[in-house]
Design a protein around this ligand. Structure first.
Ligand SMILES: Nc1ncnc2c1ncn2[C@@H]1O[C@H](COP(=O)(O)OP(=O)(O)OP(=O)(O)O)[C@@H](O)[C@H]1O
Length: 321
């Protein structure tokens, strides 16, 4: 294995995943393509965030990386191995928090922890982990009786028990309060600092921004944008907006900026926010206009996400074969 490969905990190239939907009236099988040629890598010591609209294909992707499903096309290497064939070898080196959960609800927290620790070569003390995720007082409670947030904290705690080389986190903080979420973020950061690679899916843009070194925004089975937050945001426009009652400045005044008017607002989209805002304010002052509800919003991960979400090709492809 060369040094570049050792650096890469996850390598996904041209991944495709399809689901069979049943049969069409004429008897042909109907398939939907959930992941349509996705490529990315996750390096050791970095968090790679996978964002996306609902149904974009994030879980379908992470399930293949976790070795729970096979790729229909493309290649996936995890810690240098095929994630299905090499599952036995790499399993102890991977911590997972998946949407499907999987702990038997009848076990107590202590029993579930002991069972999980038994599958690991060098687990951290369970009590240490339970303290960090705030569950020490729930040791004797059945997993099924935990609240949704407590259950999620247990899932995350157990994923960290083996000090994994790779963490696969599918919406790890869904349902957690702000304090618990921050504790989990600190835990993740601590592990990353020791060289752990993290593949994270989340619907919380703030979480993605806080944790990710690089990220990708998925939409309809494809990666629509990828890079650092700064790189992704650089491709998107800032917005200046005000109430339509004040009217819009003549387009030639704004040069290349795009002006849109609907029944409530005038919206100027621009890559040079300060200069365009100055033009708008100078025009308003010259006309003696007050711009109602004036708002200037720099491009952000949210803007980029919304641009992707509004883009065409809304649905995964359905085909008959
Ligand atoms: N078992 C299945 N059978 C058929 N279609 C499926 C199956 N699982 C997922 N899909 C479809 O594949 C697409 C991608 O789903 P996936 O769960 O991977 O998306 P996601 O990005 O994780 O979505 P979300 O953010 O809503 O959790 C969706 O259109 C979904 O309906």
């Amino acid at each position: 294995m060369d040094s570049t490969r050792e650096e890469l905990a996850v390598e996904v190239a041209d991944l495709e995943r399809r689901y069979r939907l049943g049969r069409a009236p004429n008897g042909t099988a109907r398939w939907t393509t959930a992941v349509a040629g996705v490529s990315f890598t996750v390096r050791r010591g970095e968090v790679f965030g996978l964002l996306g609209t609902n149904g974009a294909g994030k879980t379908s992707t992470i399930d293949v990386v976790a070795g729970l499903a096979r790729a229909d096309a493309g290649t996936v290497r995890v810690l240098g191995e095929d994630p299905v064939r090499g599952r036995r070898t790499i399993r102890p080196r991977i911590g997972t928090v998946l949407q499907s959960g999987g702990l038997p609800g009848g076990l107590t927290v202590a029993e579930a922890g002991a069972m999980w620790a038994g599958t690991l070569t060098a687990p951290r003390p369970l009590t240490d982990i339970l303290q960090v995720v705030g569950l020490t007082h729930r040791l004797d409670v059945a997993v099924a009786s935990l609240s949704g947030g407590e259950r999620r904290r247990l899932d995350v705690g157990l994923a960290l028990l083996g000090e994994p080389d790779l963490l696969l986190l599918d919406e790890p903080t869904t349902g957690l309060d702000a304090e618990s979420r921050r504790r989990i973020w600190d835990l993740i950061r601590g592990l990353v600092a020791t060289g752990t690679a993290v593949l994270l899916t989340t619907h919380h843009l703030e979480e993605a921004e806080e944790l990710s070194d690089r990220l990708a925004i998925m939409h309809a089975g494809r990666i629509a944008a990828e890079g650092t937050v700064a790189e992704i945001v650089a491709d998107h426009d800032a917005e200046i907006r005000w109430g339509v009652s004040a009217g819009a400045p003549p387009p030639e005044l704004l040069g290349h900026d795009c002006v849109a008017v609907d029944d409530r607002h005038v919206t100027v989209r621009t890559t040079t926010l300060q200069r365009s805002l100055s033009t708008v304010l100078t025009w308003a002052a010259a006309q003696d206009l007050v711009l109602p509800e004036l708002r200037a919003t720099p491009a952000s991960l949210e803007t980029a996400f919304l641009d992707v979400a509004r883009s065409e090709n809304e649905n995964p492809m359905e085909v008959a074969a």
